[in-house]
Design a protein around this ligand. Structure first.
Ligand SMILES: Cc1cc2nc3c(=O)[nH]c(=O)nc-3n(C[C@H](O)[C@H](O)[C@H](O)COP(=O)(O)OP(=O)(O)OC[C@H]3O[C@@H](n4cnc5c(N)ncnc54)[C@H](O)[C@@H]3O)c2cc1C
Length: 393
């Protein structure tokens, strides 16, 4: 009989884990709290490592076709007025695989690709449903669902994001930590000539421009915001325009057109710093539920995909689920913690609002930026190396 997995949450982590486990021969059920798909963001970047992990789930080509690839991997850095500062090139190879270095993609499109793959593999998905209670069982777990069902599973994955219900049930002491940053995002029509990923820098502010489809691009601006900041939705357009008004050059037309009709999102950024192990009995947390990061490296989604790929591979190789969970919990936290730490440092350095300090940071970045990108991806590759093939079960 097939082993049974119950996955709580159908975001990137939940969908990818469903695909990975179904490929490994498991019967997979996913429950998702939302009754209809809604996404917390318009677009997302996926870099080489994320695409290589999508490749392992057989969805990379469909993702690339659905998004906007930056095939030369160039990331342009500009001053606030649009004056070029320097550029970096992101790697187009990860773990021996040639991939697109940077992909911008709409969240709805990413989800469409993942949903199609789940259906192909026979994953059962129930929308408008959540896990209400958990009970450890001999060799498994029993979950009480909000639709009245009781489900026995060999493994339950909490893939239910930063405010994870599963985490709350088993690790109530782990709470999201406010990072100090707010992120403002908006979607715009893409002028055909704008094909680069652009990062603009001003004291205490960063503003990115990224194509996400043939028709659209998105703007994302980061700024220090008070911990309890809450802004009414009707004020978002004017607040974003005023926060980032110093940015001109290629950003000017997009900031100037912000208004009530704009597709906008404000997010107060939080992190989850969860000590290992990320499992208790047969319940494992993956994705943001276990390791939500600040977004400065654009890696949270890729880490969620990698969780799924690693778990799928480990389960394929071993029938011993408990041992597999231990291996997972030994392998994934170092990579996720590395991403969290680097991302936090990048955020802190971008938050320096003193013009002199800002100028010093840019001066220091120029000669070292490319080496930092290369070192970051080399380290990620090292941390995602698969040594488990040598282990016996
Ligand atoms: C401003 C910002 C920008 C970012 N940009 C990038 C980027 O460019 N690239 C990148 O790789 N990452 C980026 N990230 C990070 C990325 O969005 C997350 O790491 C990723 O979405 C995590 O996926 P997840 O599936 O773990 O969680 P989520 O995407 O949060 O999905 C969780 C799912 O679980 C569901 N759910 C929640 N509670 C329950 C419940 N009780 N029962 C059932 N279902 C439930 C939710 O509805 C949702 O569908 C960014 C993050 C932020 C904040």
């Amino acid at each position: 009989m097939k082993k049974q997995a119950l996955i709580c949450g159908a975001g990137i982590a939940g969908c990818c884990a469903a695909i990975a486990l179904a490929r490994a021969g498991w019967a997979v059920t996913v429950v998702e709290k939302q009754a209809a798909w809604r996404f917390q963001s318009s677009g997302i970047f996926v870099y080489s490592n994320g695409l290589a992990h999508f490749h392992a789930l057989d969805v990379m080509e469909a993702m690339v076709a659905a998004g906007f690839p930056i095939s030369d991997g160039r990331n342009l850095y500009l001053e606030a007025d649009g004056t070029p500062l320097f550029e970096t090139v992101y790697p187009g190879r990860f773990a021996g695989l040639d991939v697109v270095p940077i992909l911008g993609i709409r969240r709805t499109e990413m989800h469409r690709v993942l949903s199609a793959r789940m259906s192909q593999l026979g994953v059962t998905l129930t929308l408008g449903c959540t896990v209400q209670a958990l009970e450890p069982r001999q060799d498994g777990v029993r979950a009480a669902l909000s639709d009245g069902r009781e489900v026995d599973a060999d493994l339950l994955l909490g893939a239910d994001g930063i405010r994870s219900r599963v985490r709350q049930l088993l690790w109530p002491e782990v709470q999201p930590r406010y990072s100090g940053f707010g992120v403002w995002r908006s979607v715009h029509r893409r002028p055909p000539a704008l094909r680069d990923k652009i990062m603009m820098m001003a004291p205490g502010l960063r503003l990115g421009i990224m194509p996400i489809s043939a028709e659209q691009l998105y703007l994302f601006g980061t700024v220090v915001e008070p911990a309890d900041a809450w802004y009414p939705r009707e004020d978002w357009a004017s607040l974003m325009a005023s926060r980032f008004a110093v940015f001109r050059g290629p950003a000017a037309p997009f900031l100037d057109e912000l208004g009530p009709q704009s597709e906008l999102l404000y997010t107060a950024v939080e992190e989850i710093l969860m000590p290992a192990p990320w499992h208790r009995g047969r319940v494992l947390l993956i994705g943001d539920a276990a390791h939500a990061s600040t977004p400065f490296m654009g890696q949270g989604g890729a880490m969620a995909v990698e969780d799924a790929v690693v778990l799928g591979r480990l389960l394929e190789r071993s029938a011993d689920i408990d041992r597999t969970l231990e291996r997972f919990s030994a392998r994934r936290p170092p990579a996720c913690r590395f991403v969290q730490d680097v991302s936090r440092q990048v955020g802190v350095s971008g938050a320096r609002s003193d013009p002199r300090e800002h100028a010093d940071i840019l001066q220091a970045m120029k000669p070292t930026a490319q080496a930092r990108v290369d070192e970051f991806y080399a380290r990620l590759e090292h941390l995602s190396r698969d040594d488990t093939t040598k282990e016996t079960t």
